[in-house]
Design a protein around this ligand. Structure first.
Ligand SMILES: [Zn+2]
Length: 442
């Protein structure tokens, strides 16, 4: 089987590809299972080193994992690409790769959350925040409100728009597929205003209120690590390491005390994140901060990705921190310098400019959104869909269209609990729809 990193592999294909690659490179690459997922899939880790200069555990090692978040499949492809890059460049006698595999080991777990990814890549996709395990209820009880899903069977989860005189959105004057917020002075006269909702069905719909559970309510495996864990962190699970994927990952890293670097691969944003998620830089040891910044000075020219502290730069509400994340665990508990790479920045591709870090909270500007739409028409056709009428089983006639965020690269708010891009009405109306924040219920 050949793979050119031009598509996303389903689990069985990925496992087959990895095992075939290992069979071709027995002196460099081994693939083993370090546990089972909630649904019983093997959790795979690739070990890469030149065994002729010593077994893997005798060398300092860098740990990489990917796809703890179900929809962030670009990070998973990057992990597979690195595995492939290391073994093929070694074969081509690339001096850097030969030296690095002579003297170091890589452990790469390309799919921490195989169950969630499998749903995201299904013909009729289902997007989980992370784990597929029902939570906090085990009995299948679902949060009241909107549950994003592909309701018309086209394999996409788009936006539903509903004309409403109190709607907070209107069409971009130059591009109907792009929706822009109605400003504080209101819409221009004659403009149609809309409500926007993610394509999906409503649970416990009373015919009036559309709850929007924080995106999406459920377990987040990257809040289940035992550092900074808390019941007040949304989606953190029953207790630290309550989830089999995280318990297995923690045990796997702990069992490899030669690991001295940790890197989690995510999507999207186009930046490198470093600890802490729950402490200001003033509370970190200054020596560690110095080293993190030195690393950053080297990595930015290589990657173009700026480096940010999660707490300082990406946490708007400092009382709602993103504890329990893998990078914090590696740093806090193991003393390992750790990073989270947020691959892919569609806005940067379209405009050549990095967005301020609050883009996770406020979304793109109308100018950026339009630029991404035009860029994707050329480079990723089918990313922005025209609006078409659809008979929604609960809401009546709606229109489906707008950006396919899974396709163009998610401005997905996986690390935070902030409102999702164009999910939150900026003006509330009791006329037809009312948003009630159900977050407080947990
Ligand atoms: Zn993520």
């Amino acid at each position: 089987m050949t793979y050119d990193f031009d598509r996303f592999l389903r689990y069985d294909e990925m496992a087959e590809w990895l095992r075939a690659l290992a069979a071709q490179h027995p002196n460099l690459l081994t693939v083993e299972s370090y546990g089972q997922s909630h649904m019983g899939r093997d959790l795979l880790v690739a070990t890469i080193t030149d065994r002729r200069t010593g077994e893997h555990h005798t060398k300092p090692a860098h740990w990489i994992d990917a796809n703890i978040h179900a929809v962030e499949v670009t990070g998973g492809v990057a992990a597979l690409y690195i595995i492939h890059h290391l073994v093929t460049k070694f074969g081509e006698k690339d001096a850097t790769v030969v030296e690095v595999l002579r003297t170091r080991t890589f452990y790469i777990a390309p799919r921490v959350n195989p169950d969630g990814v499998e749903d995201a890549l299904a013909d009729r996709p289902l997007f989980h925040r992370s784990s597929v395990r029902p939570w906090p209820w085990r009995d299948g009880h679902r949060w009241p409100g909107l549950h994003p899903q592909d309701i018309d069977g086209d394999g996409r989860i788009l936006t539903m728009r509903i004309a409403d005189p109190d709607g907070a959105w209107m069409q971009h004057p130059d591009e109907p597929r792009v929706m822009i917020p109605v400003g504080p002075l209101g819409a221009p006269s004659g403009a149609t205003r809309y409500r926007l909702l993610t394509e999906g069905l409503l649970e416990s719909y009373d015919g009036f209120t559309i709850d929007q559970p924080r995106d999406p309510a459920g377990l987040d495996l990257n809040r289940n690590f035992p550092a900074g864990w808390g019941v007040d962190v949304l989606g953190s699970g029953d207790h630290p390491m309550s989830e089999p994927e995280i318990l297995a990952l923690v045990r796997a890293v702990k069992a490899r005390p030669n690991v001295c670097g940790y890197n989690a691969f995510h999507t999207a944003g186009g930046f490198m994140l470093r600890p802490s998620s729950n402490l200001p830089d003033s509370k970190l040891p200054p020596e560690d901060l110095f080293i993190f910044k030195k690393f950053g000075e080297h990595s930015v020219p290589l990657t173009t990705y700026p480096v940010h502290s999660v707490y300082e730069d990406l946490t708007w509400d400092k009382s709602r921190v993103m504890g329990g994340a893998g990078d914090d665990w590696a740093y806090d508990h193991l003393g390992v310098y750790s990073w989270t790479t947020e691959f892919w920045d569609a806005i940067y591709r379209a405009t050549g400019e990095h967005s301020p870090t609050d883009v996770w909270y406020v979304g793109p500007t109308p100018t950026q959104d339009l630029a991404v739409c035009h860029w994707s028409d050329e480079h990723a056709p089918g990313s922005y869909l025209p609006w078409r009428k659809f008979q929604h089983p609960q809401l009546g006639t709606v229109e489906l269209g707008g950006p396919d965020m899974f396709h163009i690269g998610r401005m997905h708010l996986v690390r935070c609990c902030a409102p999702k891009w164009r999910r939150t009405p900026t003006l509330l109306s009791t006329r037809r729809w009312r948003r009630r924040d159900s977050n407080q219920t947990r």
